[in-house]
Design a protein around this ligand. Sequence first.
Ligand SMILES: [Fe+2]
Ligand SMILES: [Fe+2]
Length: 206
Amino acid sequence: MAWHCVFREEWVQTTCDATSYFAGMDASQCQDLADVLPYLACGEISAVYAFSGRLQDGVTAETHTLLAHIAADERRHAELILSLQKELPPPRQEIAPSRLAMFFQRLEAGHPAEHLARVSALDRAVCRLLQPLLKKGGAISRAPQLHHDLCALRRDEARHVRLTRRMASDMGCSNERQLLLNATIQQRLVTLMSPVADALRRMGSV
Ligand SMILES: [Fe+2]
Ligand SMILES: [Fe+2]
């Protein structure tokens, strides 16, 4: 279930110029970024699947349109992350495909309200993960184009959180359920990314 491998060739259409894109970051900072990106890539690709696939079944035309817009954002995010990966060294550690598969499979739900609420919780967790990494003075902020692009991605995710949360609520997901999912999925993401916890800490320190 290594989506980033399966779709890599198809999706890497955009390329970034490594010399200017990562200018300002040293080799160890680039390696930290390279270690973290596979997780983000898998998240984005799984989001494309979610928003362009099963989530679109049995929803209103208006919701269908909104989901298609979000899927387009996620596809753009996936392309960005994969193009960054192409210019960076390989990650020091491969992610165990079984751990990833289990994480993303557990996001799926039979009812669209629950599925949307889980996806909303994951996007919220990703926003929180990115927040310290994008602080001024951190490694990423030293590379202006990279910082700009990842800030735009985070803004998209924050918008997705608002939209999916509202859609889930309209379909019957209670506020209590959403809050529980937010906390649970946040914790699960932290656990999933524990192999790169040190890289995240270094990137988040200013
Ligand atoms: Fe995304
Ligand atoms: Fe998203």
